[in-house]
Design a binder for this molecule. Structure first.
Ligand SMILES: C[C@@](CO)(OP(=O)(O)O)[C@H](O)COP(=O)(O)OP(=O)(O)OC[C@H]1O[C@@H](n2ccc(N)nc2=O)[C@H](O)[C@@H]1O
Ligand SMILES: Nc1ncnc2c1ncn2[C@@H]1O[C@H](COP(=O)(O)OP(=O)(O)O)[C@@H](O)[C@H]1O
Length: 294
């Protein structure tokens, strides 16, 4: 059997402005999204039917059947095909970094590759079809920096300098619908229409400091540990900005260099051995995310 390896990188919302609400209840977003060098990995091989095996430290409690987003995406994109999928789950579940959406997008890329349809057209069709699986799935398909508007379908690729970062999850799952429901303000200003050009990470971080994650207050009210985590991240030497990703609870700290991020991650690991902590450059993961023959 020939296996294909696919990387499903974590999605990070550098900003998340909630700008309105549609009549069907879905919220309108204006969000700047990048991808992390940490993620889940999938191995996919052609088979008579679709099947899924779960592995890895974060797999407990995830559906291994047709409710799993990886399996659902593969079946939606691969009509008439079958695939055996092995998902190694390394990202915390329900944590604001889109693990399920990243797995769905990765499974779709693998199935498209198997059908010889991993081209601009195939990817665009998958983006449109898989919005129904989750508002985060289209942005995860290309896994490169993007500004996203609408409920998740309005994608506009952007060029950003890679950002040295520490990602931290305090090991509390957060339900995305619950945070959307408990928002106190649903109409907030978008980001500026035109994004500036950024010479390097420091100018990007300065600009990000004037932007927001509008889900942060509701998430902190529901899970106060997120507020504690943001204060601890912000207090780490060299941390220029601490913010929550998505609906939480994962937060990120941004630094001017990977050397500073590495030292900060080490210090936080010693202080908080039970938290999930990862460091790396946030930005474009497209090259790593595309399927490779194993
Ligand atoms: C908040 C964000 C920001 O990137 O990320 P996460 O916290 O999930 O990582 C996303 O918009 C989440 O997208 P995703 O997790 O795919 O959400 P979905 O499964 O489509 O929706 C779950 C539920 O959240 C609400 N929802 C979702 C997206 C949106 N634009 N407006 C909403 O109101 C709806 O109640 C929906 O039923
Ligand atoms: N492959 C998958 N990985 C993670 N979650 C999944 C997957 N398939 C289905 N789910 C379900 O999707 C929900 C959201 O999970 P996730 O994508 O990790 O959230 P978030 O976008 O907040 O990081 C969870 O309740 C989980 O049970």
């Amino acid at each position: 059997m020939t296996w294909t390896d696919v990387f499903a990188p974590a999605k990070i919302n550098l900003t998340l402005h909630i700008t309105g609400q549609r009549d069907d209840g879905y919220h309108l977003l204006d969000t700047l999204v990048v991808f992390a060098p940490v993620g889940d990995t999938l191995r996919v091989a052609p088979a008579e039917e679709f099947s899924l095996r779960l592995e890895g430290p974060e797999a407990a409690g995830l559906p291994a059947n047709g409710d799993n987003l990886a399996l659902r995406a593969a079946a939606m994109v691969g009509e008439g095909q079958g695939a055996a999928i092995v998902l190694e789950k390394l990202l915390p579940v329900a944590s604001g970094i889109g693990g399920g959406s990243a797995d769905a997008a990765a499974a779709a890329r693998a199935v498209l590759a198997e059908a010889g349809a991993l081209d601009t057209d195939g990817l665009a069709r998958a983006e449109a079809a898989l919005l129904a699986l989750g508002a985060d799935v289209p942005m995860c398909i290309a896994s490169r920096p993007v500004r996203v508007r609408g409920i998740g379908e309005g994608l506009e690729p952007v060029a950003l300098p890679p950002l040295p970062a520490v990602l931290v999850n305090p090991r509390v799952p957060v339900s995305t619908p619950q945070i959307f429901r408990s928002l106190t303000s649903r109409v907030n200003p978008p980001m500026p229409e035109r994004l500036p050009e950024f010479a390097g990470p420091e100018s990007l971080i300065d600009w990000l400091s004037g932007m927001r994650n509008d889900m942060e207050p509701a998430a902190i009210a529901l899970e106060p540990v997120i507020g504690t985590l943001l204060s601890e991240l912000a207090a780490l030497p060299g941390c220029r900005l601490a913010r929550m990703s998505g609906s939480g609870a994962t937060c990120f700290g941004l630094f001017a260099s990977m050397a500073e991020a590495g030292v900060a991650a080490g210090a936080l690991r010693r202080a908080r051995p039970d938290w999930w902590i990862a460091e790396g450059l946030l930005g474009d993961q497209q090259a790593r995310a595309m399927p490779r023959r194993g």
